[in-house]
Design a protein around this ligand. Structure first.
Ligand code: ADE
Length: 343
């Protein structure tokens, strides 16, 4: 797992200001800012902070009014107060031991382990929601329980890298933030797809089972971009309750006791009388409409021949770059955005 993950990371890692020199102080500042806050929001705050307080020593000599001025607008101000208090408690150099770190205000289990891995190259893993999700998916675990959580942690720790624990940790953070997101996955680009059970089941967004909203039902569906001679198949929805008259890629509901691959082969046969043999799973896309949601397992497939085609509704073979001439349901726009990212 490590090699594939790290190679992917070295080719795809985000160039973030706190990655240019991982001193314990810099890692600490960035990790505290990144709690409950998105990367793109944090970047300008982090830069301003490091400009004003480039070292722990300079920060220790600060006064709180100046410090909070820099934090202004970032929210969750207790983080800033905790940092200020923590800095005063650090006597000489930055603690490099788990027990000492978690004694500091604002540093919990995740932050302590992340600092140890990133700044001290120790074999710890800071497991945030991104890493947790990746673990559930690789292990094919659906239900969120304490026991499963422990299995995930153990798995991620057992695979931690001796040489570059920080890179391993940040690689998983980046994977969770780019390819293996909660509601959308770009599985065919993922360096870990070959060991991922959720990928093998072609339904990674079902791992772990998302919290269901009580009001609306979520349907698991399998959809395929069907390509033939540089054109793709789109079909017009009949007069149905939902999304009537809009165009979409073919596919349909995954039945109980059926895999997504079996579903797409069956649906294409039933809806179009086309036979596809090797649909390639591209990833998952979720979307919620007002009255229901869809969890799409997206495939690409190419029938050998289209002679047998027989479709009981309006359909067209079109060039992909003409697709926006047709009205599409929102979920299909998400599919297009997804496909654009693959190019
Ligand atoms: N989120 C939390 N820590 C991060 C890091 N070091 N890099 C990117 N995203 C993060």
């Amino acid at each position: 797992m490590q090699n594939e993950l790290l190679n992917w990371f070295y080719q795809n890692k985000r160039d973030l200001p706190w990655r240019r020199g991982r001193s314990p102080y810099r890692v600490w500042v960035s990790e505290i800012m990144l709690q409950q806050t998105q990367v793109k929001t944090v970047i300008p705050y982090y830069k301003k902070w490091i400009k004003k307080y480039p070292t722990l020593k300079s920060f220790k000599e600060s006064n709180f009014d100046d410090v909070i001025k820099i934090w202004e607008g970032l929210g969750y101000y207790s983080r800033c107060k905790n940092m200020f208090n923590a800095a005063k408690l650090i006597k000489s150099s930055f603690p490099n031991d788990y027990e000492d770190l978690i004694k500091l205000p604002g540093i919990g289990d995740y932050t302590a382990k992340t600092i140890l891995a990133l700044a001290f190259k120790k074999k710890f893993v800071g497991v945030d929601t991104n890493l947790e999700r990746i673990g559930y998916r690789i292990l094919g675990l659906k239900t969120k329980t304490k026991r499963n959580h422990k299995r995930v942690i153990r798995f991620l720790e057992e695979n931690q890298c001796n040489k570059n624990p920080g890179d391993y940790n940040e690689a998983l953070m980046d994977l969770g933030g780019s390819l293996c997101k909660a509601g959308i996955t770009y599985c065919n680009q993922c360096p870990l797809k070959n060991i991922c059970k959720a990928y093998a089941y072609s339904s990674p967004t079902s791992y772990p089972t998302p919290k269901v909203s009580k009001k609306i039902s979520i349907y698991d569906v399998a959809i395929s971009v069907v390509e033939y001679q540089n054109k793709v198949l789109i079909m017009k929805r009949k007069n149905t309750k939902f999304l009537s008259g809009l165009w979409e890629f073919p596919g349909g509901k995954i039945e109980n006791n059926e895999t997504a691959v079996q579903a797409i082969i069956r649906e294409l046969k039933e809806e179009t009388n086309l036979t596809i043999s090797n649909p390639v799973f591209l990833g998952n896309i979720t979307h919620k409409y007002s009255h229901f949601g869809v969890n799409i397992s997206l495939f690409i497939s190419s029938p050998k021949s289209i002679k047998s085609i027989n479709i009981d509704q309006e359909y067209k073979w079109i060039k992909m770059n003409n697709i926006l001439n047709y009205p599409l349901p929102k979920a299909n726009h998400k599919i297009l955005d997804f496909l654009k990212k693959l190019d």
